[in-house]
Design a protein around this ligand. Structure first.
Ligand code: CDP
Length: 206
């Protein structure tokens, strides 16, 4: 692969499956750019909680909105999952993601529809999963570390509600692309999951 050719790694999966950490570390390993597309939907969801109309919020999204406080909260996550079901909201965020995916020098994008809608031609497609309980436990620790007042059952209910909404929507539902490799991280440490993802990218670069 030449240093400037597009090379896209699409990493999709349900809430708190580990795709964010895997994506960041794969991008750092190969020197690729990384885009957490969930952050786009979270930033729109946050603006909607503040009273902006969803499609206006998506069309008016600015880079600094991705650094707003509280984007990782469960409340903003639910708002994100609701706005993400609106086709016009998704449409307003598409061009930026497509361009990012094919930028020169390689890109890792994580989300729900990267391998199916944003970049069906991605050189590597991963679908990262883990059991509901393991995902809830990881997210519970993460939120608690950040000082949030949460319970593990509350987090589990939150993830299940979002996954159900994300899977059932008509536009760009959460599902693996036909040619995606599924990585079930239930019994894996994060280092093992990252190593498996790096090996898949290495194989595709040969
Ligand atoms: O980090 P976590 O897996 O909990 O969620 P996220 O990736 O930050 O995504 C938040 C919400 O945005 C999801 O529940 C989806 O509804 C939506 N989303 C989407 O529809 N499409 C994407 N490509 C990324 C996120």
């Amino acid at each position: 692969m030449s240093g400037t050719a597009p090379f896209t790694v699409a990493i999709d999966g349900p809430a708190a499956s580990g795709k964010g950490t895997i994506s960041r570390r794969v991008a750092a390993h190969f020197g690729f750019a990384h885009l957490d597309t969930g952050l786009l939907y979270r930033a729109v969801g946050r603006k909607v909680l503040e009273g902006t109309e969803p499609v206006d919020a998506a069309r008016g999204l600015r880079a600094e909105d991705l650094e707003a406080p509280g984007l990782r909260s469960a409340e903003v996550g639910q708002a994100a999952s609701k706005v993400a079901a609106i086709p016009e909201v998704r449409g307003a965020l598409t061009d930026f993601q497509v361009a990012f995916a094919r930028r020169a020098g390689g890109a890792v994008l994580d989300g729900r529809d990267i391998g199916t809608v944003i970049c069906p031609e991605a050189e590597v497609k991963l679908f990262v999963t883990a059991s509901d309980e393991v995902r809830a436990h990881r997210r519970f620790l993460e939120l608690k570390d950040g000082g949030a007042d949460v319970t593990e059952t509350g987090v589990l209910d939150d993830l299940r509600a979002r996954d159900a909404r994300d899977s059932a929507r008509a536009t760009a539902p959460l599902r693996p692309a036909e040619d995606a490799v599924t990585l079930d991280t239930t019994g894996m440490s994060i280092d093992e999951a990252v190593a498996a993802a790096i090996a898949l990218v290495e194989a595709a670069r040969l």
